[in-house]
Design a protein around this ligand. Structure first.
Ligand SMILES: [Zn+2]
Length: 429
């Protein structure tokens, strides 16, 4: 339940239109700003003829949003965000204020989020994101002004309050910290600053913000701020309260908010960018693809007419095909993946094939992803608190079919294999 008033992204670094297979190779390899899939050296063998063919086959599925979309579901992710593969160093500071002094050991605040956040990313990324949180300043970093004086409230823009706060953090930390050593900044605020998260969630991320104050010659462009404690009083805080941080860090990697500002649930508990309270959950397969955690041979693009059978392996498990995308236009399509209990998905009450629409032209917080509920108006199957109930039984089970008659698309779940894989038949007219 975070707001996302991140500052304008820098547009000049947007990846250029994809004109050829060579350009495509490059674009895919840099989709998450990493060298892991460097041209000619990819796990999928992009340098080989077979690899190039595979990447070219995905071209119709690299949907892209219009330029005015602040934070789009498009692939590849635009430049300016933090890297999401390889070793990512997160400078983590614990900050307090004269009117909200930190109590006790600042590292206790750190330990509310770590190592859980690191482990969450390790699991979600199949080990491809080596997230390292570092605390070169292991004590409370005192800000010069009272919390009230920064004028920070829900939805507050970067200017002027957050600009001042980042500037004050930089000034206080600079003697100890070389900001060039880090990919992103986590600011863990003393829990007494501002309202309770039960009333108002202040936690926020400013991502891809090239106009942020600079430190050691680099802009503090990707910064997540965590306030209060997401403690619902159920006694689960110690186990699940950290989940606001992977949500906020999702923004620094370029992921939009999937909950909608009018409070309607369009994704439910199927992605941490939708719900970061309650039982542990994973990211959508689309997000894993966007973040560079899936190889090109783990994604299939159903762009041509005809009927084709696919095998999908559970999303949480490493290896195998994870995602089928059925493009509808240059900016949108249907995505299919298998969700079952395992990995970060700890409470899936109705396993099966999740079908959802991704629209790169719909901005963050406005519903860029819509999950289709195979069992509408059932009330759902979950018993977990803070889980959107109706969509908890959204996945399609064997024998169930998703139909889009207008576009002549039928998606049928035909079988579940003994090893947990699902068979899916996609028909395009
Ligand atoms: Zn958010």
């Amino acid at each position: 339940m975070q707001s996302q008033p991140f500052a304008r992204r820098i547009r000049s670094r947007r990846v250029a239109a994809l004109a050829s297979v060579t350009a495509l190779t490059l674009a895919v390899s840099t989709s998450a700003g990493t060298g892991r899939l460097a041209p000619g050296a990819t796990a999928a063998g992009a340098g080989s003829a077979a690899g190039l063919t595979r990447i070219a086959a995905l071209a119709p599925c690299l949907i892209n949003g219009a330029r005015e979309i602040q934070m789009t579901e498009g692939v590849p992710t635009a430049g300016g965000y933090a890297r999401s593969t390889g070793t990512v160093r997160a400078l983590t500071v614990m900050v307090d204020f004269p009117d909200a002094p930190g109590e006790g050991d600042a590292l206790d605040r750190f330990r509310e989020f770590f190592p859980q956040t690191q482990e969450w990313f390790h699991t979600a990324s199949y080990g491809r994101l080596d997230y390292r949180a570092e605390t070169p300043i292991p004590t409370w970093l005192r800000m010069p002004k009272a919390f009230q004086d920064y004028g920070i409230e829900r939805g507050a823009p970067f200017d002027p309050g957050y600009r001042q706060l980042v500037q004050d953090i930089v000034t206080a930390a600079d003697p100890t910290v070389d900001f060039r050593d880090y990919d992103l900044l986590n600011v863990l605020v003393s829990p007494d600053a501002g309202p309770s998260a039960l009333d108002t969630v202040l936690s926020v991320t400013f991502a891809g913000n090239g106009e942020a104050p600079t430190a050691d010659g680099v802009a503090v462009a990707n910064a997540s701020f965590v306030y209060s404690r997401q403690d619902d009083g159920s006694g689960s805080y110690a186990r699940t309260g950290y989940r606001v941080l992977p949500h906020e860090n999702g923004h620094v990697f370029g992921l939009p908010d999937l909950y909608t500002q009018d409070g309607g649930g369009s994704v439910g508990h199927w992605d941490i960018m939708s719900e970061d309270w309650g039982a542990n959950n994973d990211l959508l397969g689309w997000h894993k693809w966007k973040l560079g955690w899936l190889d090109v041979d783990q994604v299939s693009c159903a762009a041509t007419s005809g009927t084709k059978e696919y095998t999908l392996s559970p999303l949480f498990r490493a290896g195998g095909r994870k995602l089928i995308f059925v493009p509808l236009a240059a900016h949108t399509g249907y995505a299919l993946e298998v969700r079952t209990t395992g990995g970060n998905d700890e409470a899936v009450c109705h396993p099966g094939v999740l079908v959802y629409k991704v629209d790169a032209n719909v901005d963050t917080g406005r519903g860029p992803v819509t999950v289709y509920d195979a069992h509408r108006d059932s009330g759902g199957c979950t018993r977990s608190p803070n889980v959107h109930a109706e969509l908890s039984d959204a996945p399609f089970a064997p024998g169930e079919t998703f139909k889009d008659p207008r576009r002549k698309i039928t998606i049928e779940v035909t079988a579940k294999e003994p090893n947990g894989d699902y068979k899916v038949r996609v028909a395009r007219g």
